[in-house]
Design a protein. Structure first.
Length: 137
């Protein structure tokens, strides 16, 4: 749960929401900056819940499949289904672009961490030697 990407995204969200947005009128700051943090902040928390419920077996960083499936699902939910059910909300394709930017950035980090978590022998992962915090197991 102490995923550094998740912690950084949550902190960046709070900083933007509480310290930056009140002082700047730029529409992109209010409309899309926090959307970039959706996947990096929410996905590790959701996967932790799934792991606790026994719905996710590996205890590593999110895979590209998990990242892309949640990106697609949340984009559909927040930009199509939500606005269809709530007349006070509006779907915005630029929100999906922002979600995607955050997903790609976080996915690249998680992918690099996933490679360093396993010891390589003959080009294949053999056993975990470090956990997500970098501690030896």
């Amino acid at each position: 749960m102490l995923d550094p990407v998740c912690l950084a995204a949550c902190a960046a969200y709070v900083i933007n929401r509480c310290l930056i947005e009140p002082h700047f009128a730029a529409a992109w700051i209010h409309s899309w900056v926090n959307d970039v943090f959706l996947i990096p902040a929410a996905l590790p928390l959701l996967l932790t819940v799934q792991r606790a419920l026994g719905l996710r077996n590996p205890d590593g960083p999110p895979t590209w499949g998990e990242i892309l499936s949640h990106l697609a699902g949340w984009s559909l939910l927040f930009e199509y289904i939500g606005p269809a059910l709530n007349p006070h909300s509006t779907g915005d394709a630029w929100d999906v672009v922002a979600y995607s930017v955050g997903a790609i950035a976080a996915g690249c980090w998680w992918s690099s961490r996933r490679r360093s978590v396993f010891e390589l022998k003959d080009g294949r992962a053999t056993r975990p030697v470090r956990d997500m915090s970098g501690s030896l197991q």
